[in-house]
Design a binder for this molecule. Structure first.
Ligand SMILES: Nc1nc2c(ncn2[C@@H]2O[C@H](COP(=O)(O)OP(=O)(O)OP(=O)(O)O)[C@@H](O)[C@H]2O)c(=O)[nH]1
Length: 609
């Protein structure tokens, strides 16, 4: 007996958990559907509410004309030892109802809360627990009465809607059907039996209940039905005598009504021989026993389903990431780990393994040579310009050997053109690196859930790249300036010893502006510049790689690490902010996990007693 109490109590707990989880059955394999329950089914005015109330021993269900029950009512009965009797709703867990008239009102209000004041129906159940010494542990589901016609203000589909909702409960293999039929109607036309027959043709989970035995025409009785001859079910039929409308109006007490019912059967000439197996109290016991049997059979599959769900929830948590630790040290560690993960991806882009690093080589191999080739040396070293520069360089002084100043000016002027391509290389590499930072952040899976940290890393990395760019720019400009600060003297010495073609015997002094002479100066400068160009073509990439690429690999986030290390715990937490939706999802999963785990623990504790 003790196990029965705890088994049914267990199912009650799991059912409440299902409602909290938003699991009302219906969508695939839910825990709700694996749980056994008892659903009360019957036509309108067949006596459903009366049966439910007499099983409970209390008046608490809303009454009225038309369809009063418009949401399923999951009624959990808990037997208590002490005398206090009270009710509790899942939607208002802190409130204890001792006045059952107030319970009735709350059911009506809560129904309206979801369905509105319209006469619509909803499949979201209301959960009501009743704690009483006069009940057995049992879960009953009260469903809207089956009707044949819609009433004023109801959509035409209501008849079908109700039938579908009721069917959705009773067609589940774990649902025990309490089929209510009034005795003053032919059993063959009973709505309850019709539906039960449809969803449970073998009758193994249908309990037939005949109400209103006292209202049968004189001289007739329901013995044929009660003894299973009129319609065969696996379980015995139970006859019930509820309070009549007159009794209700006179406020006949439920306990009194039960006693009267018992007396009715004991003294009845028709049913006396069946008296011990009739009445609401017997029905309650019968149901409770059957429920225990079913639960026992179901436990392995319920545990399997719970375990499967726990595995799925754990897998999802792993996928979206576990919750973040609360202490500062752990947060700092996590931030640094995430940065390192990003750094790894970034380096793979540069060193190979991931694409993108090759574009830096492309800058040096294509862009830089192409830009150098385009420099306007032919204009700068044109006959006319050389002549102009050379003429101006020495002022009124005649050239003694060579136009030294003219050469220097032409060379300086030419070399300064290299600044453009040098800076352009710096910028081009900068943009490649910046793009690689962006890509690496996007590709670092560990960072996916942390938009704030992604942002922080991007900002820090771009700041560092900006510094490297500045350093690199200074370095390449210095390389160019170095070329003009001290010329390669060998080049000119060699020139001097070379025999001059079309040498002018009279020397430069005589014919300072001779075209050939000017052209020769131009071509000498051009040759020198060509040599400088070859040098820079090699040294600019070295400088750029040294200042930008190498630094990016070595110390892209160094400053960031130093900053983070000094930060307060609050700010560390803020850096690990996640997408609010994701956080919400995680909280939900965690809550579900906890419920499923506690359900499993409870099952374990009763199942292996
Ligand atoms: N005399 C007598 N009256 C009964 C019996 N069962 C139910 N009634 C009366 O029949 C009427 C309908 O009973 P309910 O219990 O409200 O039936 P219901 O199936 O819940 O009806 P709806 O909520 O309208 O679908 C009430 O007036 C009851 O008093 C019974 O066994 N004997």
């Amino acid at each position: 007996m003790a196990t029965m109490v705890s088994l049914i109590g267990l199912i009650n707990k799991i059912q409440r958990a299902c409602t909290v989880l938003g699991d009302h059955g219906g969508e695939g394999m839910s825990l709700w559907e694996a749980l056994p329950s008892v659903a009360v089914v019957g036509g309108q005015s067949s006596g459903k509410s009366s049966v439910l109330e007499s099983v409970v021993g209390r008046d608490f269900l809303p009454r009225g004309s038309g369809i009063v029950t418009r949401r399923p009512l999951v009624l959990q009965l808990h037997k208590t030892e002490s005398g206090t009797e009270y009710a509790e709703f899942l939607h208002a867990p802190k409130k204890r109802f001792t006045d059952f008239a107030a319970v009735r009102k709350e059911i009506a209000d809560e129904t309206d809360r979801i369905t509105g004041k319209t006469k619509q129906i909803s499949n979201i159940p209301i959960h009501l627990s009743i704690y009483s010494p006069h009940v057995v542990n049992l879960t009953l589901i009260d469903l809207p009465g089956l009707t044949k016609v819609a009433v004023e203000g109801q959509p035409d589909t209501i008849v079908e809607d109700i039938e579908n909702m009721v069917r959705s409960y009773v067609e589940k293999p774990n649902c025990i059907i309490l089929a209510i039929s009034p005795a003053n109607q032919d059993i063959a036309t009973s709505d309850a039996i019709k539906l039960a027959k449809e969803v449970d043709p073998t009758g193994e989970r249908t309990f037939g209940v005949v109400t209103k035995l006292d209202l049968m025409d004189k001289g007739t009785n329901a013995v044929d039905v009660l003894e299973g001859r009129a319609y065969r079910l696996q379980h015995p039929w139970v006859g019930i005598v509820n309070r009549s409308q007159a009794d209700i109006n006179k406020n006949v007490d439920m306990i009194v009504a039960r006693r009267k019912e018992r007396e009715y059967f004991e003294t009845s000439p028709d049913y006396g021989h069946l008296a011990s197996k009739m009445g609401s109290e017997y029905l309650a016991k019968l149901l409770s026993q059957h429920l225990e049997l079913v639960i026992r059979q179901r436990i392995p599959s319920i545990i399997a389903l719970i375990n499967k769900t726990i595995d799925e929830l754990n897998a999802e948590l792993d996928r979206i990431g576990r919750p973040i630790a609360a202490d500062g040290g752990a947060q700092l560690y996590m931030i640094l780990e995430l940065c390192r993960a990003f750094d790894r991806v970034f380096k793979e882009h540069l060193d190979g393994g991931r694409p993108g690093g090759d574009r830096i080589y492309g800058v040096f191999d294509n862009q830089l040579p192409a830009a150098l080739k385009k420099l306007p040396f032919d204009r700068h070293l044109s006959l006319k310009n050389v002549q102009k520069v050379v003429t101006e360089a020495d002022g009124y002084q005649p050239h003694l050997i060579a136009p030294e100043q003219g050469y220097r000016r032409l060379i300086d002027g030419s070399i300064s053109y290299f600044k453009g391509p040098a800076e352009a290389s710096v910028d081009a590499v900068h943009f490649v690196l910046k793009e690689l930072v962006r890509k690496s952040i996007a590709e670092t899976l560990e960072l996916k859930r942390f938009p704030t940290l992604q942002n922080d890393i991007a900002t820090a990395a771009n700041e560092a790249l900006e510094r490297f760019r500045e350093e690199s720019r200074k370095t390449v400009l210095r390389l160019v300036e170095m070329e003009s600060s001290y010329l390669t003297v060998d080049f000119f010495r060699k020139l001097h010893t070379e025999p001059e073609k079309n040498a002018n015997p009279s020397g430069p002094n005589n014919d300072r502006f001779n075209d050939n002479y000017i052209r020769r100066i131009g071509s000498n400068v051009n040759a020198y510049i060509g040599m400088v160009c070859d040098t820079l073509k090699n040294t600019i990439p070295k400088a750029v790689v040294y200042c930008q690429v190498r630094e990016a690999k070595r110390s892209l986030l160094s400053n960031f690490y130093a900053q983070v290390g000094r930060r307060e715990k609050e700010r560390l937490g803020a850096m690990l902010d996640e997408d609010p939706q994701l956080m919400e999802r995680r909280t939900q999963i965690a809550k579900r996990l906890e419920l499923y785990k506690s359900a499993r623990d409870e099952i374990d504790s009763v199942a292996w007693k």
